[in-house]
Write a protein that binds this ligand. Sequence first.
Ligand code: FEO
Length: 392
Amino acid sequence: MKYKEIKNNVYYCGLNDCERKIFDELIPLEQGTSYNSYLVKGSLKTALIDTMYPPKSDEYIKNLDENGIEKVDYIIANHGEQDHTGALPKLLDKYPDAMVVTNQFCKNNIMEMLLIPENKIQVIKNGDELSLGDKTLKFYMAPGVHWPDTMFTHIKEDNLLCTCDFLGAHYTFEDIFANDSKELEHAAKRYYAEIMMPFRKMCQKYTKQLQELSPEMILPSHGPIYKNPKFILDLYADWSSDEAKNLVVMPYVSMYGSVEEMINYLSDKLNAAGITTIKHDIVSDDLGDLAMALVDAKTLVLGASMVLASPHPAAANAAYLVNLLNPKLKYASIIGSYGWGGDLINKLTGMLCNLKIELIEPLLIKGKAKEETFKQLDKMAEEIIQKHSVNS
Ligand code: FEO
């Protein structure tokens, strides 16, 4: 594969991975992903910025050979996770004079995870610069998006900013430059929801910092290069803002249809009042879709059947995930149905302990909804409508 030039001797040398179906053994990938790596040829020195996922390392190194890259002086590790550092051991064998350049936190990570020898690592701090001759790399520490070791690398003279996972997308491409399409926006939002949303406040901070730095292009570690950084920075400003939208997300699991009937009834009532709802069958629907819906939602209503006097494991899994992702939700409630008893409400609300939410009176019934149940659902709908109208 012949490398494509991004600008003035800066090249894309990453790879698509169209076959990968799941990330972190957790996140379904709709169309695979890319692992981006960038080659910077200065007048005196050559650097690689980030490397490759281990299973793709041989192909990555073969491409370096095919493109005649005989000498690499520096390998910049913007983050220690192995989808970007996995090729380091093989690269250091191939280029024995190269030094890995990274921050102290990342140094510790790659020494532990990849057994990189300490004497092969050059440690830099926030604001440090590294000269390649006619090009300068400047490093900005960016802990929290999404690991404590994350940093950005600015190719100063060309004003290109490598942002690592931040602003990325699990997205494969032929054209290395983003087309700013709705499809890319969808992939970037899904990526934000699953990976960056737990660090929403940090995303706010770095989005603002990058708007001020005003790079000509943003070069993330997954997905295409943003020639128009405003496209992705505006989206991040919206997604990470404190403003929730007039949206209720309703993940549910329903063994005999009782919970689903109540969820549908409540959803219809909310829709009639102008509130958008997203119903999500936890068992059959894609987890990534639930994460995406949570990016903007103001209220969560979790619907659950009971198994062995406890919340259905699928509902517990959803509550655990929502709690981990820590979206900007303001309100939450629970709708449940049981056969012979047990503790549903306390167990599920206990699993939402990270969320800064106001709990709306939950509803737990035995078996199927009755006349009284629908009155209680009307009351729940009224409360949600009132809260959304006051705060929207
Ligand atoms: Fe793409 Fe945090 O690795």
